[in-house]
Design a binder for this molecule. Structure first.
Ligand SMILES: Nc1ncnc2c1ncn2[C@@H]1O[C@H](COP(=O)(O)OP(=O)(O)OP(=O)(O)O)[C@@H](O)[C@H]1O
Ligand SMILES: [Mg+2]
Length: 280
């Protein structure tokens, strides 16, 4: 079976740096999965994202070992631009991506570049503005809208090009809690319609309910890769690597440390509440 993403014995060292940013990564990602990637600063998360859309080794100089394949084809073998169309990337600073004078032009620009027909562009524009709730902002200049709206425009612009996989690198780190929640609501809809989504994110409260699988990167290596429920049972390892878990999970972990609780750690406040009701 050909996986959407297949990474085998992959290492990457940026030019003129003393050590590898990614070391012997082995990872397979199936179509339709929703994967969360976490890890401390400098762990190699962004480097891994760049490696999946060909920015590495395309735009960066360094030493590569091993193989990164998208749909069975090595990233280096794709014609220029083709891979970036298959793998859509959204970053934490959306402004850097904007070039147009209106939100509408920003969304249409990428589709025109791909040579989509006008009816197709109209149809996709309708779909994507509905999904991201941007219709009322189409005629505004991108620099006049709020941070959360900007991030939804960046997301919409990438989605309009129908990527096979969407990679988001800390998409909500510059947003307030309400805007952050709205971005995750869009991701929730994408999950429901079987899109493949990879999210690098610190906001675990929002990520946990969506992720099927979680990966912990630390010092350029995969320290843990598991189904989300199992992943967080290894809280000792996560804490050791500097991950700060959601409050409800932490509370039950502290009870475990004091020998007052011996069951599975709850992933969400709802799960914790159910456990407490059961204990009452
Ligand atoms: N352009 C570059 N040139 C040289 N070294 C780099 C470059 N970009 C990243 N690195 C190094 O590679 C390692 C991994 O960095 P990376 O940005 O992938 O980590 P990260 O997990 O995304 O961190 P953060 O949470 O801060 O975003 C770090 O040691 C970093 O200093
Ligand atoms: Mg990063």
């Amino acid at each position: 079976m050909v996986h959407l993403i297949e990474i085998e014995n992959y290492s990457w060292q940026y030019l003129n740096t003393p050590q590898e940013a990614l070391k012997n990564i082995n990872l397979k990602i199936e179509q339709g999965s929703f994967v969360g990637i976490i890890g401390p600063n400098g762990a190699g998360k962004t480097t891994l994202a760049y490696s999946m859309d060909g920015l590495i080794p395309g735009q960066y100089r360094g030493l590569k070992h091993g193989v990164v394949k998208i749909r069975g084809i090595e990233v280096e073998e794709y014609p220029r631009g083709r891979l970036q169309q298959m793998v859509g990337m959204v970053f934490s600073d959306p402004e850097a991506q904007f070039t147009a004078m209106t939100v509408e032009d920003e969304l249409v620009f990428g589709m025109e570049n791909l040579g989509m027909s006008l009816p197709e562009i109209r149809e996709r524009l309708e779909w994507v503005t509905e999904l991201t709730e941007l219709k009322h902002l189409l005629l505004k200049p991108p620099y006049e809208i709020s941070g959360g709206q900007k991030q939804r425009v960046a997301l919409a612009a990438v989605l309009a090009m129908t990527p096979e996989v969407l990679i988001l690198d800390e998409p909500t780190s510059m947003l307030d809690p309400v805007s952050r929640k709205r971005v995750f609501e869009v991701l929730q809809k994408l999950k429901q319609s079987q899109n493949t989504v990879i999210v690098i994110e610190h906001s675990l409260e929002n990520l946990i309910p969506l992720a099927d699988r979680m990966i912990l990167l630390a010092d350029g290596e995969i320290a843990l890769d598991a189904e989300t429920g199992e992943f967080f049972q290894r809280l000792d390892l996560l804490l050791e690597k500097g991950i700060s878990p959601p409050g409800a999970m932490r509370f039950f972990y502290e009870l475990t440390q004091k020998n007052l609780y011996h069951g599975r750690l709850p992933l969400t406040v709802d799960e914790a509440a159910a456990l407490l009701r059961g204990a009452a």
